[in-house]
Design a protein around this ligand. Structure first.
Ligand SMILES: Nc1ncnc2c1ncn2[C@@H]1O[C@H](COP(=O)(O)OP(=O)(O)OP(=O)(O)O)[C@@H](O)[C@H]1O
Length: 274
């Protein structure tokens, strides 16, 4: 498949030797990751990376560390400026898009802005801009229950942009969605990623199909094997797939192609060894 030209520039997110034990279980061991600014000549292009791994492998644990919600036992997660991630500085879209039921759409966004220290006026201006950008401005006065599923997703994403313009972490955004709804979320993430050069989505998922459709890079989280083929404790990144290099990134409808289905098959085969 023809590859679109691109280059990697500065580092936007760096995970350096992150380890974490929960209870007696070493869940993550020396996880290293890096997201670099992916530059396409003459175009604006953000980054979409997917973190894939079988159930129980530590994806949520890593997600919480990336979001600054939990601290690693050792290692660090830093942003472009070298600052460590902190709770509230990264947009986090958790499963099922939580919004306060008793606040209007606009109210939900304003609260998020105030939580990171914006004044009421600043929060209102930013919230209004974001609702417009996400195509849900006319719903600003409604309550979450009055929105369709798709509108709710847009509002929840807009809410996360109140905290971060660049880095957005999403935990299983495709879970529980049917194929069509999943495709809408995929298209939406791709559109959002193409709006801002440094915008970076990190999507934690076990949905191989969606990951291949949306990402420019896929990381596989899994455990090493000892000499007898048994898994050793502590997951780390076992494999990185560069979809930009393969010509599989930034194409709508890529799922229908043979190349995409070959990659899905390859990833599925890897899963059995993780
Ligand atoms: N508080 C805890 N104490 C002990 N072990 C824990 C604790 N929380 C999680 N674990 C274990 O840590 C491992 C990683 O859990 P985590 O939720 O990060 O996995 P995951 O990859 O997100 O799984 P899934 O895809 O099923 O959500 C699991 O084996 C889990 O049993």
């Amino acid at each position: 498949m023809t590859t679109f030209p691109f280059e990697y520039h500065e580092t936007l997110l760096k995970v350096d030797k992150v380890s974490k034990t929960l209870g007696d279980t070493l869940v993550l061991r020396d996880v290293d990751l890096e997201v670099k600014n992916l530059v396409r000549p003459g175009m604006t292009q953000g980054q979409v990376v997917a973190l894939l791994g079988p159930s129980g492998m530590g994806k949520t644990t890593l997600f919480r560390i990336l979001a600054g919600l939990d601290a690693p036992d050792s290692g660090s997660v830093t942003l472009e400026d070298g600052e460590p991630v902190r709770r509230g500085t990264v947009g986090v879209v958790a499963q099922n898009y939580p919004l306060f039921a008793h606040r209007t759409v606009l109210g939900n966004l304003v609260v998020a802005g105030k939580q990171i220290g914006l004044s009421g006026g600043e929060a209102m201006t930013k919230a209004t801009e974001l609702l417009e950008r996400f195509g849900v401005k006319e719903h600003g006065g409604k309550y979450p229950i009055q929105l369709s599923g798709g509108q709710r997703q847009r509002v929840a994403l807009a809410q996360q942009f109140m905290c971060s313009n660049d880095l957005l972490l999403m935990d299983e955004p495709f879970s529980g969605l049917d194929l069509l709804a999943s495709e809408r979320v995929i298209d939406f993430i791709m559109e959002m990623a193409a709006q801002d050069e440094k915008r970076t989505f990190v999507i934690v998922t076990h949905d191989i199909h969606a990951a291949v459709a949306v990402a420019d890079t896929i990381w596989l989280l899994g455990r090493d094997r000892d000499g007898s083929g048994n898994p050793t404790p502590g997951a780390r990144i076992q494999k990185t797939f560069n979809l930009a290099q393969m010509g599989l990134a930034w194409r709508k409808g890529i799922s229908e192609t043979k190349e995409s289905s070959d990659l899905r098959r390859e990833i599925r085969a890897e899963f059995t060894n993780l």
